[in-house]
Structure formats: C-alpha cells, structure tokens
Design a protein around this ligand. Structure first.
Ligand SMILES: Nc1ncnc2c1ncn2[C@@H]1O[C@H](COP(=O)(O)OP(=O)(O)O)[C@@H](O)[C@H]1O
Ligand SMILES: [Mg+2]
Length: 396
C-alpha cells in the first residue's frame, strides 16, 4: 500500500507499506524529515533515502508501536480478540495512538487527521477493555472494536484506554497475580502531590472485581511523548553517570526549564517507593508537534513496580534496594546521590504517608486479599525509606 507517514497534518515521507509483512518495502520520497519520529532522524541519510538501515529502523519503529510480545497475558488478549498477533492491529486504525500524532495515510486519500484522531473522535473500547482486564470473558467482537488507540499501547501491564465524560483515561492492572501495582501508582501520586513534583495523577478504580489504576492522558493533539530511550539514541554512551549528565545537557540545550531538578524529582520518588523500573521508556520529554519545540519533561508516570513487588514472601522478609539508572542497576542509596540540592525537599510533608497508604490498602482488602502481614510490611518499608531520606537530607 502506498502511503504517507504523517505527523498530525505534516507529511513526513511517502513509502510503500507492506500490509502483510508490516514492513516498509520502499521509501518513495522524504518530504519533511524534521517531523519524523525523533529516533529516526539520526538514521536518515539525505542522499540515500532507501538506505536499508533507515528503512529497517522505520519498520522497527512502526512495529514497536504495537502491543509488545511481552505484554502480560498476551495470549489471552489475542484469543479474546480473535487475532493471531499484535502486529495485526498495527494498521487497523491508521496506526494512531494517544501518546503521539503519527499515522499512515493511504496515498491519494482525502482522510483528514481531524476526522480520525482519537483525541477528538470517540472510540469503542468496551470489548478491548474486557479482553484486557477481565478475568473471564466471552467477547462477541464487533467490527469497530479494533479501531481504537488500544492497538498501539506499549508496556508489560494489561491496560486499556477508555473515555469518561470526554476525557481519555488509561486503566492498568497488576502483573500476573500481583495486584499491588495500582496501589503503588496512587502512593506515588500522593507523594508527588505533597512534594510538589509534576506527575500523572493516578487513582484507583474497580473493574469487574479487579482493582486497576486510572490516569488521564497527558498528551494532547498538539504534543507527543519522546522517551529518554529515543533521546539517548544519538547521544554518546558511557555506562556511567555521564549518561545522565549528557541527558540533562540535552534537555537544557533544548530549553527545558529546570530540567535537572525535574529529573531529580523522579529519582527522589523512586528512592522513596523503591521503584525498580525506571527504564528509558518510563520517562522522557513532551514535544510540540507543530513547532517541534521541546516543552517540558514528562510528568512522572509508571511507578507501579515498587516496594519490592518481585521479592515478596509471606514467610521471609527480603529487601532489595536496587533501582534503574540509565544503563545501570544500582542501589537506591547510590542513585539518590545525583540530586544536587537534596535539602530543598521537605520530608516532613510525608510524615503521614505510611498511615495513609495503610488505610488505602485496607480499604480495598476485601477485593485484593492482600494480607495484614503484607500491608504492615509494605508500610514499614515505606517508613524506612522516608526515614532514610530524612537522614540523607540531615547529613547533606
Ligand atoms: N497518561 C498517559 N498519557 C499518554 N500516554 C501514556 C500515559 N500513560 C502511559 N502512556 C504510554 O503508554 C506506555 C505504557 O504505559 P506505562 O504506564 O509505562 O505501562 P507499563 O507499566 O505497562 O510499562 C508508556 O510508555 C507511554 O508511552
Ligand atoms: Mg512503562
């Protein structure tokens, strides 16, 4: 299929897209490379638009928009939607997403972004929601159920975009039989609120006897998320703190206000909740898709893999204190050292957080069945981190 890769209303390039293999077989014309996905720009060679490396990366980028093969319970989702692979979904809705503005426009068509984007135009989400998040479901699929931004969500957790009163919300479940992730997301929001960190506000919702987290979309029709993974692609790699410094420099060069402090805030939160999952696709920046101006760092999102989720044992206390820092896995006590002026944090504002978290976990206990023992231990762990931070601040 001959098509145009669009960034909202801007034509990026014309290409032959293979609807069976889902690869771009040929690039016919490059119209506006500046508006291409950030990660592709550095692969582009002006005098060789069909360079295999660039074309492969374009295909990889597009395939990477789909639901990843490591999505929890992917087999169930595919079975319920009656499809064989997530790539089948890729071009069902022009490849549109709620995290950026890229789409594939069939060549010579009159389709307009305004008429198809999911920010303005409603979508049917009921089937996808049920297929993703219910424990048992018998779905009668409608034609429209695959025309949704749910075809292009990233990440391991089961999730679904829904619409409520015109707002787009992302619902996320727990991983496998774990149900703590949604609570950790809310805990992170509580902490960020107290400390004044810009964050995605997560709340809890109950969907068919499962507790899920719920957050509004932080992208608008005029913006896109560019992850740190994309940004570091054309940065030198050091495998040390230098990677972080280079990243901060890159943000500052692009005029992001207070970039260092905002990224530090994310690592302070990770320290407090022991978030192990701050990989390079779990933060980034927001860019204006019309002017290409970098607007801000992303509000802090995806904080569920915290408070030692992978190590919980009812019989034994195992504490792992390692987080992610660019290409390294390091103790939280080490990562926190990147914060220049830790004294700016008023840790007293967190004094009642363990108690609040305890209340929240107990409130939903009849659904989650999280034991009293575990709730107690989670709050002890949280309290321990708050006290550690207090000590670090005192000694700074
Ligand atoms: N509120 C949001 N608004 C827009 N895009 C989002 C939002 N939350 C998540 N995303 C996008 O969805 C992806 C997966 O969400 P994430 O919370 O990271 O889930 P997971 O825990 O499965 O990694 C993110 O990497 C981001 O691209
Ligand atoms: Mg994620």
């Amino acid at each position: 299929m001959k098509c145009i890769l669009m960034n909202k209303n801007t034509e990026v390039l014309v290409a032959e897209y293979n609807t069976v293999s889902k690869f771009f077989d040929r690039i016919i014309e490059v119209k506006n490379i500046d508006y291409a996905p950030y990660i592709l720009k550095s692969f582009y060679i002006k005098d060789d638009i069909n360079d295999t490396f660039f074309r492969t990366n374009l295909s990889e980028w597009f395939r990477g928009r789909g639901i990843p093969s490591w999505r929890d319970k992917l087999d169930l989702l595919l079975h319920r939607l009656d499809i064989s692979a997530p790539t089948e979904l890729l071009d069902k809705a022009f490849g549109l997403s709620l995290s950026d503005q890229y789409w594939l426009k069939p060549f010579n068509s009159n389709i307009k972004y305004d008429d198809i984007n999911f920010f303005d135009n409603d979508f049917d989400y009921a089937e996808f929601l049920e297929a993703s998040l219910s424990l048992n479901s018998k779905i009668v699929k409608k034609e429209t159920s695959l025309i949704t931004p749910n075809n292009t969500t990233d990440g391991m957790l089961k999730k679904a975009w829904i619409i409520e009163d015109g707002t787009r919300y992302l619902l996320k479940g727990g991983y496998k039989n774990e149900i703590l992730q949604p609570f950790n997301e809310v805990l992170a929001s509580m902490i960020c609120d107290r400390l004044g960190f810009n964050h995605v506000p997560y709340t809890l919702d109950v969907y068919k006897d499962t507790v899920v987290s719920k957050c509004p979309c932080f992208i608008t029709k005029d913006t896109e998320l560019i992850t740190a993974y994309q940004i570091r692609n054309d940065m030198k790699r050091y495998d040390s703190e230098e990677d972080y410094e280079e990243y901060i420099k890159c943000l500052e060069k692009n005029d992001i206000f207070n970039a260092r402090e905002k990224v530090e805030n994310m690592y302070i939160l990770d320290f407090l909740i022991m978030n192990e999952d701050r990989h390079l696709n779990n933060f980034g920046i927001i860019r204006d898709v019309n002017t290409l101006k970098w607007l801000d760092v992303t509000p802090i999102f995806d904080n569920g893999m915290a408070l030692n989720i992978p190590y919980y044992d009812e019989e034994e206390v195992i504490i792992s204190g390692h987080g992610r820092f660019f290409y390294e896995v390091k103790p939280f006590d080490e990562i926190i050292k990147v914060v220049h002026n830790i004294k700016r944090i008023d840790v007293e504002k967190l004094s009642d957080i363990p108690e609040e978290f305890d209340k929240l976990l107990h409130k939903y206990q009849s659904i989650t069945k999280i034991s009293d023992k575990r709730i107690y231990r989670l709050c002890v762990l949280l309290n321990r981190q708050i006290n550690r931070l207090k000590k670090i601040i005192e000694e700074a």
